[in-house]
Write a protein that binds this ligand. Sequence first.
Ligand SMILES: Cc1cc2nc3c(=O)[nH]c(=O)nc-3n(C[C@H](O)[C@H](O)[C@H](O)COP(=O)(O)O)c2cc1C
Length: 140
Amino acid sequence: MNKVAIVYWSGTGNTEAMADLIAQGVRTAGGEADLVQAADFDSSKLDGYDAFAFGCPAMGDEELEEMEFLPMYDEVEPHLPGRKVALFGSYDWNDGEWMELWEKRAEEAGVDVVDSVIAKDYPDDDASADCMRLGTLIAK
Ligand SMILES: Cc1cc2nc3c(=O)[nH]c(=O)nc-3n(C[C@H](O)[C@H](O)[C@H](O)COP(=O)(O)O)c2cc1C
């Protein structure tokens, strides 16, 4: 059974709702999902899991949230190559550019991002289905 860490930051609950849906997808596929706040995660926890979904909304100007998520992710990213990683998050007023920048950054660090899901504001039916699918994908 695959154990998946869903590590996220969410200011107003939209990315958190995505995290919950991804966890449902993991469990539907027979995996075990741990929902972890970004501030409670660091690289020492990586070996306890088979796969990871990192979630953060678009903040700043198409950036990752800088007080809790970014410091955690900066520390963890060098240890991610060779592990199964997915990315997700919510946005509002642009077109998802922050996720493109995040994926590019991960790729440059040698991280193989298996998939990513973005949702405009609270996940609608399509985005919810995408989150469930992402959970199923990383649980396998
Ligand atoms: C300080 C701040 C900065 C934001 N910057 C962006 C941005 O650059 N691009 C964008 O599309 N949305 C931006 N947003 C909108 C959020 O990404 C959006 O409201 C998202 O749904 C919040 O997710 P959450 O509920 O998980 O916190 C910003 C919101 C805040 C509060």
